[in-house]
Design a protein around this ligand. Sequence first.
Ligand code: MG
Ligand code: ZN
Length: 378
Amino acid sequence: MKFPNLATFLILLIGLFMLSSCNQRTRDLSPGPMPAPAAKPIQHPRNIILMIGDGMGLTQISAGLYANNNQLNLEKFPVIGLHKSYASNNLITDSAAGATAFSAGVKTYNGAIGVDKDSMPVPTILEDAIKQGLRAGLVSTSSITHATPASFIAHAKTRRAMEDIASDFLQTPVDIFIGGGMKYFANREDGRDLTKELASKGYVINDYTKKEITDVTLQFRKRFGYFTSDSEPLPVAQGRNYLVPAAKMATVFLQNIDQDNKGFFLMIEGSQIDWGGHAKDSDYIITEMIDFDKAIGAVLDFAREDGETLVIVTADHETGGYAIMPGSRMGRIEGAFTTDYHTAALIPVFAFGPGAELFAGIYENTAIYTKMRTAFGW
Ligand code: MG
Ligand code: ZN
């Protein structure tokens, strides 16, 4: 027989069609999640508090959990996602590119502070918030000019330009900032005293040499800056204990600064989980992780009572290739490290409050920025 009969021909055609539709379906499944069956309109929060545990991968969280009686405030979050942390020029991100992805929604090169991969300044969520009439704050357990907080308020080609980063605090009227690094403001190469310049712009500036943070009386009519150290703050293990009161102070301040409050954006960083990883020091990681988690608990208490606050907790990257080794027990972690630098593992994202559902799934780190904007309704 020279030609197949009609029936055979049809079966072949149908077979080809099914094959191609299978291919189609396989392609459609990746990348990105399947659409939800019936997406409900999201609720918009008035306030967003973004909490960044620098270097806080899943193992850091696990070690903190098991070292702390199998309990963390992180367990209270109803929505969990994962983000892809890589930078534009390196699969292994640093904290500058990592924070700029969150603050401005761009993949950029390692070392970049609030600039894109061509070193051009990009608007940040904190600047967006202020432009929209919202209040804004930054709290950190590193210097306030360090890569993570800097990426929300400054624009610099390199994270090393600490004094340039400090002078950007004069450009963006952040309502409250608490962190270390006073010397980059008060004891500069160019001889300027930015603490005086900030005061002349209406800031109340205070610092650790004058008053404990817990003894400061807030003046809601004025902007507020508090320096917790001259350079980098101490680790928790050496006596630093301001993160929880600073987190509480910032939320109370931003909530009450004016009567027709339109809402606020606040970034709070647990900076030194990362430094524990660089030091390959498991106890350093654990004490910093538990300190950060206490601040998370304080913020969750505020958010639960407020009802209009979206809380997001994540990390810029993992540090140390940290592992919990055989021989570890509940309450006693034997840690090991594969590097003294960062790794490229997917990073967990925890969300609570109106708009939290946006943060489920797997997405780029830059999506944290766009999801926050969507949550705000921008
Ligand atoms: Mg940091
Ligand atoms: Zn680091």
